[in-house]
Design a protein. Structure first.
Length: 130
């Protein structure tokens, strides 16, 4: 595995451990390109405000060249407004997520995410029953 590939995986690990789980939003500007960091902050900050106890678990990271693909599970308690939904106090557990990160000059410059939001909404009790 090349030095760049190892570095890129370490950046994703820092993103999960220190930003998503740890709440260190100041680190976003050190992990993302200047063009992408405002967008990253725009989704991470409100998500953490809605789910401050969020815990992302890295299930697997696969890296090749300038790309890292991660499989994660996400667990948290809904204590703040999320997408217009007032806090339920309910917890979602081990929601599957897959993220693809592309890097340029040692920073994340592109992301693509697939999340099981149907299961997340179901566990939070936010889906209509009829």
């Amino acid at each position: 595995m090349s030095e760049h590939t190892i570095r890129n995986k370490a950046i994703v690990e820092r993103l999960v451990d220190e930003v998503l789980n740890g709440g260190n939003l100041d680190l976003i500007d050190q992990l993302y390109t200047p063009e992408l960091s405002p967008g990253a902050r725009a989704w991470i900050a409100p998500f953490r405000a809605s789910f401050p106890d969020v815990q992302m678990e890295i299930v697997e990271l696969i890296a090749e060249g300038n790309t890292v693909v991660g499989r994660f599970t996400c667990t948290a308690t809904h204590t703040g407004t999320w997408h217009g939904h007032p806090p339920t106090g309910h917890r979602f557990n081990k929601i599957d997520e897959v993220n693809l990160y592309r890097f340029h000059n040692g920073l994340i410059n592109e992301t693509w995410t697939l999340e099981d939001n149907l299961e997340r909404l179901t566990q939070l009790g936010l889906l209509p029953t009829d």
